[in-house]
Ligand binder design. Structure first.
Ligand code: ATP
Ligand code: MG
Length: 283
């Protein structure tokens, strides 16, 4: 039995549960409970504030956790990052009032910066040889310059809308973050095997996201050209049609490229292009 720590509510909660669900793992739903079991996988879920997840995993109270990479870097507990999960994407950036002239990180020498991420910021300034006073605050970081608490801020940015609303300009991106799967150091053999099964299911789910399955009929003399347009993962799936001189090609393509590829296939004489949703890509 493996225990995984997830954020109890907030930005990563729903996407973490969705990843488990798409990986075929059913979790009893009861939002008021701290712990819930899976009915079909040897795992239970522990719901926590995201701040507490790295420590809980590092001391082995939970074997695994899903948390923002930014929290892992900030807390600096000893945990193993097993996999980047490609959701909860954001960046940690320095921002200053937009009317200021900003020429580079030296700007921050002798200044004050407000943040909820003092650890990451301290390492950044140390690496750049900059001496700056860091003022740690728990929330509403973006209003610090306007109330005179700091000259600039260091905070999470995703669209940048909050910065603009507060008259701030993003001047340095210090790190990029997404949700990560972390593990306690030294899992025993049984737990490691469950964790590996889980990771390979996650990999399959993430690989199939944004992908479509395409079936297309092409004249045999156009097969090579068609395969330039829709390269296959291994060797192409080619099926002869009853109509001699024609074949069907099956391939997996990025959703964003489906229309472009379909147009190009039609131009070389392909017909009957069928595009299907892809649920899993298990390799
Ligand atoms: P908790 O109550 O669990 O402590 P929180 O309020 O600290 O939650 P959330 O705002 O739910 O945290 O954010 C969780 C994580 O989501 C962040 O640590 C970050 O990795 C990621 N994230 C992605 N985009 C954003 C964003 N625009 N603002 C804040 N966090 C974001
Ligand atoms: Mg938090």
């Amino acid at each position: 039995m493996l225990r995984i720590a997830l954020q109890s509510k907030g930005r990563l909660n729903e996407k973490s549960l969705e990843l488990l669900r798409e990986s075929g793992i059913s979790i009893e739903e009861n939002s008021r409970r701290l712990l819930s079991k899976s009915s079909n996988f040897p795992m239970e879920v522990l719901y926590l504030r995201d701040d507490d997840i790295p420590q809980t995993v590092s001391c082995g109270i939970a074997d695994l956790g899903i948390v923002g990479f930014n929290e892992v870097m900030e807390r600096n507990y000893s945990v193993e990052v097993l996999k980047h999960l490609e959701f909860g994407k954001c960046r940690l950036s320095l921002a200053v009032p937009k009317y200021l002239d900003y020429a580079g990180p030296e700007f921050f020498n002798g200044k004050k910066v407000a943040t909820s991420y003092p650890g990451i910021l301290k390492s950044y300034f140390k690496e750049k040889g900059i001496s700056c006073e860091i003022r740690e605050i728990a929330g509403s970081v973006e209003i610090s310059p306007s109330i005179g608490l700091a000259d600039g801020i260091f905070d999470i940015v995703s669209s940048g809308g909050t910065l603009v609303q507060n008259g701030l300009a993003e001047v340095e991106v210090v790190m990029e973050s997404d949700a990560v799967l972390i593990a306690a150091p030294g899992l025993d053999e049984e737990k490691r095997q469950i964790a590996e099964t889980l990771m390979s299911r996650f990999t399959s789910v993430l690989r199939s996201r944004g992908k479509k399955y395409i079936l297309v009929n092409v004249p045999n003399e156009k097969i090579d050209e068609a395969l330039q347009i829709i390269p296959s993962m291994k060797s192409p799936t080619l099926l002869p049609l009853a109509d001699k001189g024609w074949s069907a090609i099956h391939a997996v393509v990025d959703e964003s490229e489906v229309w472009d590829k379909a147009d190009r296939l039609k131009k070389i004489g392909a017909e009957d292009i069928v595009v299907l949703s892809m649920e899993k890509l298990i390799i």
